[in-house]
Design a protein around this ligand. Structure first.
Ligand SMILES: [Zn+2]
Length: 271
């Protein structure tokens, strides 16, 4: 029997003692949860497109310059269905929710796969900064609106042949008539609608009422260096500035801190 706590036990007691919990999640969380952008699952689901286009994984394939809207949406509908609609709420996300049960919480994530809400997190407490595969928008952002794409995506998946959807299913912007895009931030045309801004305000309101006003646990899961200015660096700054903030960093590869002066830090490979 030992009285020395393991890092996981330290993290659990920091969460138990916290007045509030802020979760920040990146791609590494969904990978750890089992949504595989490469490997056998991907190879099985995309065999025809791998043969045709030479795709190696679902991340690099999303940059492929398709020659027509019919080909583009054949691919994207499959990508969205595979990563966003088909997976159930994953056990790892549910486990995270159990860990913070009864706590005042908020989630900020760069993930676009809708897993937090599927696992039972309150949609009003989840800020999906970089968009959502389940939404689409005008490709040139001519108007600030996002549209649900689930039924259209399912239809595109069902009716595509030879890596093309029927031309009648190609979505067009209801305002300018131009092409549509997935609502995922990749250029200056990313649409932030009323709902996006509402969630951004809720995130800042949560920080306002939690920082320096009691114990706050930050759980950062699977955030690397693709977009570190959204979650990783701000979380480090909060932990360095406020002595009652504990930063729990869960990361397979990058557990080091760049910011000096953090009093309470716990690094974990997994939970
Ligand atoms: Zn438009």
């Amino acid at each position: 029997m030992s009285f020395i706590k393991s890092p996981l036990q330290k993290a659990e007691s920091a969460i138990a003692q916290a007045d509030a919990v802020l979760i920040g999640a990146g791609a590494g969380l969904s990978t750890a949860a089992g949504i595989n952008y490469g490997g056998p699952d991907f190879e099985k689901a995309f065999a025809d497109m791998i043969a045709r286009y030479g795709f190696t994984d679902l991340y690099t394939s999303s940059f492929y310059p398709f020659r027509s809207e019919e080909e583009k949406w054949a691919y994207w509908s499959r990508h969205i269905d595979y990563a966003r609609f088909a997976p159930e709420g994953k056990p790892l996300y549910k486990h995270l929710l159990e860990m913070i049960q009864g706590k005042d919480y908020f989630v900020i994530t760069t993930n676009v796969d809708g897993q937090f809400v599927k696992a039972g997190f309150d949609p009003d407490k989840v800020f999906e900064v970089q968009g959502d595969y389940g939404l689409m928008q005008c490709a040139t952002a001519c108007h600030p609106k996002r549209y649900n794409n689930e039924s259209l995506v399912k239809q595109m998946v069902a009716e595509q042949k030879d890596c093309r959807i029927p031309s009648s299913l190609v979505p067009r912007c209801p305002v300018c008539g131009g092409p549509m895009e997935i609502n995922v931030r990749k250029d200056r045309y990313f649409v932030e609608d009323d709902r996006w801004h509402q969630q951004a305000e809720r995130y800042y309101a949560f920080l306002e009422k939690s920082l320096g006003k009691g114990k706050l646990a930050l759980i950062e899961y699977g955030v690397g260096f693709n977009t570190p200015t959204i979650i990783r660096f701000p979380f480090e700054r909060m932990a360095a500035k406020y002595s009652d903030v504990t930063l729990i960093r869960i990361n397979k590869d990058y557990r080091d801190c760049q910011t000096p002066g953090i009093k309470h830090f716990i690094g974990l490979k997994t939970i």
